[in-house]
Ligand binder design. Structure first.
Ligand SMILES: Nc1nc2c(ncn2[C@@H]2O[C@H](COP(=O)(O)OP(=O)(O)OP(=O)(O)O)[C@@H](O)[C@H]2O)c(=O)[nH]1
Ligand SMILES: [Mg+2]
Length: 374
Protein backbone atom coordinates (compact mmCIF):
# COMPACT_ATOMS: atom_id res chain seq x y z
CA UNK A 1 0.00 0.00 0.00
CA UNK A 2 1.49 3.29 -1.07
CA UNK A 3 1.28 5.79 1.74
CA UNK A 4 2.28 9.25 2.74
CA UNK A 5 3.34 9.55 6.37
CA UNK A 6 2.89 12.69 8.40
CA UNK A 7 4.44 12.60 11.85
CA UNK A 8 3.18 15.18 14.34
CA UNK A 9 5.16 16.00 17.48
CA UNK A 10 8.37 14.39 18.68
CA UNK A 11 7.27 10.76 18.80
CA UNK A 12 5.42 11.22 15.51
CA UNK A 13 8.54 12.54 13.80
CA UNK A 14 10.85 9.83 15.14
CA UNK A 15 8.50 6.99 14.27
CA UNK A 16 7.90 8.48 10.82
CA UNK A 17 11.62 8.61 10.23
CA UNK A 18 12.09 5.02 11.45
CA UNK A 19 9.35 3.85 9.09
CA UNK A 20 10.72 5.76 6.12
CA UNK A 21 14.21 4.36 6.77
CA UNK A 22 13.01 0.78 7.10
CA UNK A 23 11.02 1.06 3.89
CA UNK A 24 14.01 2.52 2.07
CA UNK A 25 16.54 0.01 3.44
CA UNK A 26 14.30 -2.90 2.47
CA UNK A 27 13.70 -1.46 -0.99
CA UNK A 28 9.92 -1.69 -0.57
CA UNK A 29 9.03 1.79 -1.81
CA UNK A 30 5.65 1.75 -0.07
CA UNK A 31 6.41 5.05 1.66
CA UNK A 32 5.97 7.70 -1.03
CA UNK A 33 6.42 10.71 1.15
CA UNK A 34 7.29 11.50 4.74
CA UNK A 35 6.89 14.77 6.58
CA UNK A 36 7.49 15.61 10.21
CA UNK A 37 5.52 18.49 11.70
CA UNK A 38 6.27 19.97 15.10
CA UNK A 39 6.02 23.15 17.12
CA UNK A 40 9.45 22.39 18.64
CA UNK A 41 12.23 23.42 16.31
CA UNK A 42 15.01 21.42 17.99
CA UNK A 43 13.14 18.13 17.57
CA UNK A 44 12.86 18.69 13.82
CA UNK A 45 16.55 19.36 13.39
CA UNK A 46 17.51 15.78 14.23
CA UNK A 47 15.36 14.30 11.47
CA UNK A 48 16.27 13.38 7.89
CA UNK A 49 12.72 13.51 6.52
CA UNK A 50 11.09 16.72 5.27
CA UNK A 51 10.00 18.96 8.11
CA UNK A 52 7.53 21.75 8.77
CA UNK A 53 7.70 23.96 11.85
CA UNK A 54 4.31 25.23 13.00
CA UNK A 55 3.11 27.66 15.65
CA UNK A 56 6.17 29.89 15.68
CA UNK A 57 4.03 32.93 16.35
CA UNK A 58 2.63 31.27 19.48
CA UNK A 59 5.41 29.19 21.04
CA UNK A 60 8.52 30.48 19.24
CA UNK A 61 9.76 27.03 18.28
CA UNK A 62 9.68 25.64 21.83
CA UNK A 63 6.78 23.18 21.68
CA UNK A 64 3.49 23.35 23.56
CA UNK A 65 4.66 21.56 26.73
CA UNK A 66 1.90 18.99 26.84
CA UNK A 67 -0.97 21.42 26.18
CA UNK A 68 -2.87 19.44 23.60
CA UNK A 69 -5.61 22.03 23.15
CA UNK A 70 -2.92 24.46 22.07
CA UNK A 71 -1.46 21.69 19.89
CA UNK A 72 -4.80 21.31 18.15
CA UNK A 73 -5.22 25.04 17.75
CA UNK A 74 -1.79 25.48 16.24
CA UNK A 75 -2.45 22.67 13.78
CA UNK A 76 -5.71 24.26 12.77
CA UNK A 77 -4.04 27.60 12.16
CA UNK A 78 -1.28 25.99 10.12
CA UNK A 79 -3.26 23.29 8.35
CA UNK A 80 -3.09 24.96 4.96
CA UNK A 81 0.67 25.15 5.08
CA UNK A 82 1.02 21.52 6.20
CA UNK A 83 -1.38 20.32 3.51
CA UNK A 84 0.45 22.35 0.87
CA UNK A 85 3.69 20.68 1.89
CA UNK A 86 2.16 17.24 1.30
CA UNK A 87 -0.01 17.98 -1.65
CA UNK A 88 2.00 16.83 -4.66
CA UNK A 89 2.75 13.43 -3.20
CA UNK A 90 -0.72 12.75 -1.95
CA UNK A 91 -2.57 13.45 -5.15
CA UNK A 92 -0.22 11.60 -7.45
CA UNK A 93 0.67 8.39 -5.71
CA UNK A 94 -0.71 7.61 -2.31
CA UNK A 95 -3.47 5.13 -1.53
CA UNK A 96 -3.69 6.24 2.08
CA UNK A 97 -2.33 8.84 4.45
CA UNK A 98 -1.00 7.81 7.85
CA UNK A 99 -0.78 10.48 10.54
CA UNK A 100 1.66 9.37 13.24
CA UNK A 101 1.75 10.73 16.80
CA UNK A 102 2.32 10.02 20.45
CA UNK A 103 -1.13 10.62 21.94
CA UNK A 104 0.04 11.69 25.39
CA UNK A 105 1.98 14.89 24.64
CA UNK A 106 0.77 18.19 23.25
CA UNK A 107 1.67 18.89 19.65
CA UNK A 108 0.97 15.37 18.40
CA UNK A 109 -1.88 14.64 20.79
CA UNK A 110 -3.90 17.68 19.76
CA UNK A 111 -2.44 18.19 16.32
CA UNK A 112 -2.85 14.71 14.88
CA UNK A 113 -6.66 14.42 15.14
CA UNK A 114 -7.00 17.98 13.86
CA UNK A 115 -4.79 17.21 10.89
CA UNK A 116 -6.77 14.05 10.17
CA UNK A 117 -9.93 16.11 10.11
CA UNK A 118 -8.42 18.58 7.67
CA UNK A 119 -7.12 15.77 5.44
CA UNK A 120 -10.53 14.07 5.40
CA UNK A 121 -12.08 17.29 4.17
CA UNK A 122 -9.92 17.26 1.09
CA UNK A 123 -9.04 13.69 0.19
CA UNK A 124 -11.13 10.68 -0.69
CA UNK A 125 -8.53 8.14 0.34
CA UNK A 126 -8.43 6.61 3.82
CA UNK A 127 -6.68 8.61 6.51
CA UNK A 128 -5.33 6.50 9.35
CA UNK A 129 -3.82 7.48 12.66
CA UNK A 130 -0.85 5.54 13.95
CA UNK A 131 -1.19 6.45 17.60
CA UNK A 132 1.17 5.70 20.49
CA UNK A 133 -0.41 5.17 23.89
CA UNK A 134 1.64 6.34 26.88
CA UNK A 135 3.13 3.58 29.02
CA UNK A 136 1.56 2.78 32.35
CA UNK A 137 4.27 4.62 34.28
CA UNK A 138 3.80 7.91 32.44
CA UNK A 139 2.16 10.70 34.39
CA UNK A 140 -1.46 11.75 34.66
CA UNK A 141 -1.24 14.54 32.12
CA UNK A 142 -0.07 12.06 29.48
CA UNK A 143 -2.87 9.63 30.31
CA UNK A 144 -5.51 12.34 30.27
CA UNK A 145 -4.22 13.84 27.04
CA UNK A 146 -4.08 10.45 25.39
CA UNK A 147 -7.66 9.66 26.42
CA UNK A 148 -9.07 12.76 24.78
CA UNK A 149 -6.81 12.45 21.79
CA UNK A 150 -7.72 8.81 21.25
CA UNK A 151 -11.45 9.44 21.40
CA UNK A 152 -11.13 12.28 18.97
CA UNK A 153 -8.82 10.36 16.66
CA UNK A 154 -11.26 7.43 16.55
CA UNK A 155 -14.00 9.77 15.47
CA UNK A 156 -11.97 11.54 12.80
CA UNK A 157 -9.84 8.72 11.35
CA UNK A 158 -10.73 5.75 9.19
CA UNK A 159 -8.90 3.65 11.76
CA UNK A 160 -6.59 4.29 14.70
CA UNK A 161 -3.77 1.78 14.73
CA UNK A 162 -2.73 1.76 18.34
CA UNK A 163 0.68 0.89 19.77
CA UNK A 164 0.90 0.67 23.54
CA UNK A 165 4.30 1.96 24.65
CA UNK A 166 4.46 -0.95 27.10
CA UNK A 167 3.85 -3.60 24.45
CA UNK A 168 7.23 -3.89 22.77
CA UNK A 169 9.54 -2.33 25.35
CA UNK A 170 12.49 -4.47 26.49
CA UNK A 171 12.48 -5.27 30.21
CA UNK A 172 15.81 -3.71 31.19
CA UNK A 173 15.59 -0.75 28.82
CA UNK A 174 16.08 2.85 29.85
CA UNK A 175 13.40 5.18 28.53
CA UNK A 176 15.59 6.22 25.58
CA UNK A 177 16.58 2.63 24.74
CA UNK A 178 12.96 1.67 25.15
CA UNK A 179 11.81 4.27 22.61
CA UNK A 180 14.43 3.19 20.13
CA UNK A 181 13.44 -0.44 20.41
CA UNK A 182 9.74 0.37 20.17
CA UNK A 183 10.27 2.64 17.18
CA UNK A 184 12.24 -0.07 15.39
CA UNK A 185 9.53 -2.62 16.16
CA UNK A 186 6.86 -0.26 14.85
CA UNK A 187 8.88 0.43 11.72
CA UNK A 188 9.37 -3.25 10.99
CA UNK A 189 5.79 -4.34 11.62
CA UNK A 190 3.99 -1.45 9.99
CA UNK A 191 6.64 -1.33 7.28
CA UNK A 192 6.03 -4.98 6.40
CA UNK A 193 2.29 -4.49 6.46
CA UNK A 194 2.49 -1.59 4.00
CA UNK A 195 4.93 -3.48 1.79
CA UNK A 196 2.81 -6.62 1.82
CA UNK A 197 0.29 -4.77 -0.28
CA UNK A 198 2.89 -3.91 -2.93
CA UNK A 199 4.48 -5.82 -5.78
CA UNK A 200 7.92 -5.77 -4.26
CA UNK A 201 10.81 -5.36 -6.62
CA UNK A 202 14.50 -5.57 -5.97
CA UNK A 203 14.46 -7.78 -2.91
CA UNK A 204 15.86 -10.93 -4.46
CA UNK A 205 14.44 -13.85 -6.40
CA UNK A 206 11.14 -13.94 -4.64
CA UNK A 207 10.17 -10.50 -5.90
CA UNK A 208 9.92 -11.99 -9.36
CA UNK A 209 7.55 -14.62 -8.05
CA UNK A 210 5.56 -11.90 -6.40
CA UNK A 211 4.97 -9.82 -9.45
CA UNK A 212 4.44 -12.69 -11.86
CA UNK A 213 2.06 -14.47 -9.56
CA UNK A 214 -0.03 -11.33 -9.34
CA UNK A 215 -0.33 -10.67 -12.99
CA UNK A 216 0.34 -14.05 -14.51
CA UNK A 217 -1.83 -16.31 -12.40
CA UNK A 218 0.81 -18.63 -10.93
CA UNK A 219 -0.24 -21.01 -8.17
CA UNK A 220 -0.14 -18.32 -5.51
CA UNK A 221 -2.02 -15.75 -7.60
CA UNK A 222 -5.20 -15.62 -5.57
CA UNK A 223 -3.43 -15.47 -2.25
CA UNK A 224 -0.95 -12.56 -2.48
CA UNK A 225 -2.11 -9.71 -0.27
CA UNK A 226 -2.88 -6.37 -1.90
CA UNK A 227 -3.70 -2.88 -0.65
CA UNK A 228 -7.45 -3.31 -0.92
CA UNK A 229 -7.33 -6.13 1.62
CA UNK A 230 -5.60 -3.89 4.13
CA UNK A 231 -8.08 -1.11 3.46
CA UNK A 232 -11.07 -3.45 3.68
CA UNK A 233 -9.84 -4.98 6.92
CA UNK A 234 -9.53 -1.53 8.47
CA UNK A 235 -12.91 -0.43 7.12
CA UNK A 236 -14.71 -1.39 10.31
CA UNK A 237 -13.02 1.66 11.84
CA UNK A 238 -12.39 2.23 15.52
CA UNK A 239 -9.15 0.93 16.95
CA UNK A 240 -6.87 -1.57 15.26
CA UNK A 241 -3.76 -3.37 16.44
CA UNK A 242 -0.93 -5.33 14.87
CA UNK A 243 1.13 -8.33 15.96
CA UNK A 244 4.13 -10.08 14.49
CA UNK A 245 6.18 -13.23 15.01
CA UNK A 246 8.66 -15.22 12.92
CA UNK A 247 10.49 -18.54 12.97
CA UNK A 248 13.00 -20.53 10.90
CA UNK A 249 11.33 -22.38 8.06
CA UNK A 250 12.08 -25.74 6.53
CA UNK A 251 12.78 -25.99 2.80
CA UNK A 252 9.94 -28.47 2.59
CA UNK A 253 6.59 -26.64 2.65
CA UNK A 254 4.90 -29.72 4.10
CA UNK A 255 7.02 -29.36 7.21
CA UNK A 256 5.99 -25.71 7.58
CA UNK A 257 2.28 -26.28 8.26
CA UNK A 258 2.91 -26.23 12.00
CA UNK A 259 5.44 -23.40 11.74
CA UNK A 260 2.81 -21.22 10.07
CA UNK A 261 0.20 -21.94 12.72
CA UNK A 262 2.65 -21.42 15.55
CA UNK A 263 3.98 -18.06 14.31
CA UNK A 264 0.37 -16.99 13.86
CA UNK A 265 -0.45 -17.97 17.46
CA UNK A 266 2.61 -16.12 18.73
CA UNK A 267 1.77 -13.01 16.75
CA UNK A 268 -1.78 -12.88 18.07
CA UNK A 269 -1.30 -14.10 21.62
CA UNK A 270 2.05 -12.66 22.67
CA UNK A 271 3.06 -9.76 20.47
CA UNK A 272 0.09 -7.51 19.77
CA UNK A 273 0.70 -3.75 19.80
CA UNK A 274 -2.30 -3.64 22.15
CA UNK A 275 -1.71 -6.51 24.54
CA UNK A 276 -4.61 -8.90 25.06
CA UNK A 277 -6.65 -7.50 22.24
CA UNK A 278 -8.12 -10.61 20.66
CA UNK A 279 -11.80 -9.90 19.98
CA UNK A 280 -12.08 -8.16 16.64
CA UNK A 281 -14.62 -7.22 14.02
CA UNK A 282 -12.30 -8.10 11.19
CA UNK A 283 -8.75 -9.29 10.75
CA UNK A 284 -5.99 -9.77 8.23
CA UNK A 285 -3.40 -12.51 8.43
CA UNK A 286 -0.33 -12.04 6.26
CA UNK A 287 2.15 -14.89 6.02
CA UNK A 288 5.52 -13.66 4.75
CA UNK A 289 8.21 -15.91 3.41
CA UNK A 290 9.73 -17.67 0.45
CA UNK A 291 6.81 -18.87 -1.73
CA UNK A 292 8.62 -22.19 -2.23
CA UNK A 293 8.41 -22.78 1.50
CA UNK A 294 4.87 -21.62 2.20
CA UNK A 295 2.19 -24.23 2.67
CA UNK A 296 -1.34 -23.43 1.44
CA UNK A 297 -2.72 -25.82 3.98
CA UNK A 298 -0.78 -24.10 6.77
CA UNK A 299 -1.94 -20.63 5.72
CA UNK A 300 -5.57 -21.70 5.56
CA UNK A 301 -5.39 -23.53 8.87
CA UNK A 302 -3.83 -20.47 10.53
CA UNK A 303 -6.48 -18.20 9.03
CA UNK A 304 -9.25 -20.38 10.45
CA UNK A 305 -7.55 -20.36 13.83
CA UNK A 306 -7.61 -16.53 13.74
CA UNK A 307 -11.36 -16.72 13.00
CA UNK A 308 -11.93 -18.86 16.06
CA UNK A 309 -9.70 -16.80 18.30
CA UNK A 310 -11.11 -13.39 17.32
CA UNK A 311 -14.72 -14.45 16.92
CA UNK A 312 -14.69 -12.61 13.61
CA UNK A 313 -16.38 -13.92 10.50
CA UNK A 314 -14.29 -11.59 8.42
CA UNK A 315 -10.69 -12.77 8.45
CA UNK A 316 -8.72 -12.15 5.31
CA UNK A 317 -5.56 -14.05 4.63
CA UNK A 318 -2.76 -13.87 2.12
CA UNK A 319 0.91 -14.28 1.37
CA UNK A 320 3.72 -11.81 1.18
CA UNK A 321 6.43 -13.42 -0.97
CA UNK A 322 9.84 -12.44 0.35
CA UNK A 323 13.32 -13.85 -0.06
CA UNK A 324 13.95 -15.25 3.42
CA UNK A 325 14.58 -18.56 5.13
CA UNK A 326 12.16 -17.51 7.84
CA UNK A 327 8.40 -17.48 7.88
CA UNK A 328 6.64 -14.59 9.58
CA UNK A 329 3.05 -13.88 10.53
CA UNK A 330 1.59 -10.40 10.64
CA UNK A 331 -1.83 -10.15 12.23
CA UNK A 332 -3.96 -7.00 11.95
CA UNK A 333 -7.06 -6.82 14.12
CA UNK A 334 -9.65 -4.17 13.43
CA UNK A 335 -12.44 -3.05 15.75
CA UNK A 336 -10.72 -3.92 19.03
CA UNK A 337 -12.01 -0.93 21.03
CA UNK A 338 -13.99 -3.13 23.38
CA UNK A 339 -10.83 -4.88 24.59
CA UNK A 340 -9.96 -4.89 28.31
CA UNK A 341 -6.79 -2.92 27.70
CA UNK A 342 -8.67 -0.07 26.05
CA UNK A 343 -11.30 -0.10 28.80
CA UNK A 344 -8.65 0.05 31.50
CA UNK A 345 -6.80 2.79 29.71
CA UNK A 346 -9.96 4.88 29.28
CA UNK A 347 -10.80 4.51 32.99
CA UNK A 348 -7.32 5.64 33.89
CA UNK A 349 -7.46 8.54 31.46
CA UNK A 350 -10.76 9.72 32.93
CA UNK A 351 -9.43 9.54 36.46
CA UNK A 352 -6.32 11.40 35.42
CA UNK A 353 -8.42 14.05 33.69
CA UNK A 354 -10.40 14.53 36.88
CA UNK A 355 -7.35 14.95 39.07
CA UNK A 356 -5.70 17.25 36.55
CA UNK A 357 -8.31 19.86 37.48
CA UNK A 358 -9.76 22.06 34.78
CA UNK A 359 -11.90 19.74 32.71
CA UNK A 360 -13.04 17.89 35.80
CA UNK A 361 -16.56 16.77 35.03
CA UNK A 362 -16.29 13.07 34.22
CA UNK A 363 -19.59 13.16 32.36
CA UNK A 364 -18.40 15.98 30.21
CA UNK A 365 -15.19 14.09 29.73
CA UNK A 366 -16.85 10.90 28.64
CA UNK A 367 -18.89 12.86 26.12
CA UNK A 368 -15.99 14.94 24.98
CA UNK A 369 -15.92 15.71 21.33
CA UNK A 370 -13.57 17.34 18.93
CA UNK A 371 -14.74 20.80 19.84
CA UNK A 372 -13.92 20.33 23.47
CA UNK A 373 -10.43 19.11 22.64
CA UNK A 374 -9.88 21.79 20.05
N1 LIG B 1 7.31 4.97 21.01
C1 LIG B 1 7.77 6.19 21.25
N2 LIG B 1 7.10 7.01 22.08
C2 LIG B 1 7.61 8.24 22.31
C3 LIG B 1 8.79 8.69 21.70
N3 LIG B 1 9.03 9.97 22.12
C4 LIG B 1 8.00 10.28 22.95
N4 LIG B 1 7.14 9.26 23.06
C5 LIG B 1 5.85 9.22 23.78
O1 LIG B 1 4.95 10.07 23.08
C6 LIG B 1 4.11 10.78 23.97
C7 LIG B 1 4.11 12.22 23.58
O2 LIG B 1 5.38 12.77 23.63
P1 LIG B 1 5.96 13.73 22.49
O3 LIG B 1 5.78 13.13 21.16
O4 LIG B 1 7.34 14.03 22.93
O5 LIG B 1 5.04 15.04 22.59
P2 LIG B 1 4.84 16.18 21.49
O6 LIG B 1 3.78 15.78 20.56
O7 LIG B 1 6.15 16.57 20.90
O8 LIG B 1 4.21 17.38 22.35
P3 LIG B 1 4.90 18.64 23.09
O9 LIG B 1 6.34 18.30 23.33
O10 LIG B 1 4.10 18.80 24.32
O11 LIG B 1 4.76 19.78 22.16
C8 LIG B 1 4.56 10.40 25.37
O12 LIG B 1 3.62 9.47 25.88
C9 LIG B 1 5.92 9.73 25.17
O13 LIG B 1 6.10 8.65 26.04
C10 LIG B 1 9.47 7.81 20.83
O14 LIG B 1 10.51 8.11 20.22
N5 LIG B 1 8.91 6.58 20.64
MG1 LIG C 1 7.64 17.89 21.75
Amino acid sequence: MKVVLIGVGQAGGKVTQALAEFDYDMGFNAVRGALAVNSAEADLQNLDVDTTLIGQDRVKGHGVGGDNELGAQIMQENATEVLDDMDGRITTEAEAVVVVAGLGGGTGSGGAPMLVRELKRIYEMPVYTLGILPGDDEGGLYQANAGRSLKTAIRESDSVLLVDNDAWRGSGDSVAEGYERINDAIAQRIGLLLASGEAVEGVGESSVTSSTSRTGGGPAAASVVDSSEIINTLRSGGISAIGYASAEASEDPGENVNTITSVTRNALLTSMSLPDATDAESALLVIAGDPERLSRKGVERARRWVEDETGSMEVRGGDFPLGSDKIAALVVLSGVERSDRVDQFMQKAKQAARSQGGRTDPEEYSNDDLDSLM
